[in-house]
Design a protein around this ligand. Structure first.
Ligand code: CP
Length: 308
């Protein structure tokens, strides 16, 4: 397979396993490129990409922009705070105005689930979902699974537990789809109030005892508690949450085996994981960030080849 089966990256659920493998192989090449002295290649020269961020971001926004610059694309950035969206302009009008400036590709983060699918159905451009509400965050799942492959050699056959706020997490859903498509076994672990009601319907196991989950897994992906998406209190206190669902070094040291610790960021240090765990050799958090640039270069490079 030398081409993706899709014209947009809207969610992992729309990808074939072979698409993910192609993205990984392409990212292997770009990872070598970004570790050279001269980190830039002309692959997307004359391609113009708009980054539309309707919601805050550090990692994803900077990673996409750096990936675009490494590929020699022309880049424009849009932040909702300084835009005419504040004057009542619709999403479709906003994007069509940007596209009329001869933009070839749109990367969008939006607080509403389904916003990227809506955009892809209503404008004539290549759309990349950089996170849509509680729905999907496909490039995060790609960089997460790529980082597991890098650390453990393969994703197939590995056991991964996703811990914490599954209910409000787009990272969880995209990771579940990506891990399953690549042949991993997935469990979720967290307070019952933060597990979606019918989560087992997507083929994951449920474990509410963190120690059992950690003794089962090869990899623990520790999700951030997303206070900004909570309209009520989902657990008694942050202290009790971290006591039951946080990882510290004594807990890691007491396990039957060594496991890999991941976190998509931003970390609430001392809540999901303590600082010594975050900064230890168990954690691949900064590898995830580094791999994000190579993965996003691969995604944009492969999608650009499908633009008419
Ligand atoms: N992981 C992630 O999406 O981080 P940002 O919100 O900073 O982009």
């Amino acid at each position: 397979m030398s081409q993706l089966s899709v014209k947009h990256l809207l969610g992992i659920k729309y990808l074939q396993p072979a698409d993910i493998e192609l993205i990984f192989e392409t990212a292997d090449h770009f990872k070598e490129v970004i570790n050279r002295t001269i980190k830039k290649v002309p692959s997307l020269r004359d391609v113009t990409i708009a980054n539309l961020f309707f919601e805050n971001s550090t990692r994803t926004k900077l990673s996409f922009e750096l990936a675009q610059k490494r590929l020699s694309a022309d880049v424009i950035n849009f932040s909702v705070g300084q835009s005419s969206v504040k004057k009542g302009e619709t999403l479709i009008d906003t994007v069509n105005n940007i596209l009329s400036m001869k933009v070839d590709m749109v990367v969008m983060r939006h607080p509403n689930p389904g916003a990227s699918v809506f955009l892809a159905n209503n404008v004539n451009s290549c759309i990349i979902n950089a996170g849509d509400g509680t729905h999907e965050h496909p490039t995060q799942a790609l960089l997460d699974t790529y980082s597991i492959r890098e650390r453990l050699g393969d994703v197939a056959g590995k056991k991964v537990v996703i811990v914490g706020d599954i209910l409000h997490s787009r990272v969880a859903l995209s990771n579940i789809f990506a891990l399953q498509k690549l042949g991993a076994e997935v469990k979720v672990c967290g307070p019952k109030s933060l597990l979606p009601k019918h989560i087992e319907a997507v083929g994951v196991g449920i474990e509410t005892d963190l120690r059992k989950a950690l003794n089962w897994c090869d990899v623990a992906n520790m999700l951030r508690v997303q206070n900004e998406r909570m309209d009520a209190s989902y657990f008694p206190s942050t202290r009790e949450y971290s006591q039951q669902f946080g990882i510290d070094m004594p807990l890691l040291d007491s396990l039957d085996k060594q496991i890999v610790i991941m976190h998509p960021g931003p970390i609430n240090r001392g809540v999901e994981i303590t600082s010594d765990v975050a900064d230890s050799d168990h954690a691949i958090i900064l590898d995830q960030v580094e791999n994000g640039v190579a993965i996003r270069m691969a995604v944009m490079y492969l999608l650009a080849s499908k633009i008419q």
